[in-house]
Design a binder for this molecule. Structure first.
Ligand code: FES
Length: 143
């Protein structure tokens, strides 16, 4: 009886409901907030590094210094800074969260919804991810 009481006290609600035969599609978490939604509201679950082969034609815009790309498949705004550096940002505009109307002038990204501009530096307002370029392999870390 004590074990059952402890189980009901400590188990998360979906497990308790499932044990009682009540199906529920909800993940258990000890955190109050959903980590997916708190990650800069990217809406993308990042469970590990993203490894990209930038020799793929998808990334041809990044072959030249100053070239940039809104890689919408992964919600990333990418810019070639030098031969060895490609900077990678979340493509979510800090203003109202739009992702799809970016332009780049060589120093700043401008979101064309309300014409706010953001530095291409990782110290700016855009959420910058750690990236490492080795040959044609770009590793992006989201931690
Ligand atoms: S949503 Fe980007 S400037 Fe307003």
């Amino acid at each position: 009886m004590e074990n059952r009481r402890n189980f009901l006290k400590t188990a998360c609600k979906p497990i308790v409901l499932a044990a009682l035969g009540i199906p529920l599609l909800e993940a258990c978490s000890s955190e109050e907030e959903d980590p997916i939604l708190t990650s800069q509201n990217s809406g993308v679950a990042r469970t590990g590094p993203l490894i990209l082969n930038i020799s793929d034609s998808t990334f041809s815009a990044l072959s030249e210094i100053g070239g940039w790309l809104n890689y919408t498949a992964e919600n990333l705004l990418m810019v070639r800074i030098s031969s060895s550096v490609i900077r990678v940002f979340d493509n979510r505009c800090p203003h109202q969260g739009n992702r799809d109307r970016w332009v780049y002038d060589g120093n700043e990204f401008t979101c064309q919804y309300h014409n706010n501009s953001y530095s291409n530096e990782c110290s700016g307002s855009l959420n910058c991810y750690q990236s490492k370029l080795e040959g044609t392999t770009l590793t992006v870390s989201f931690g």
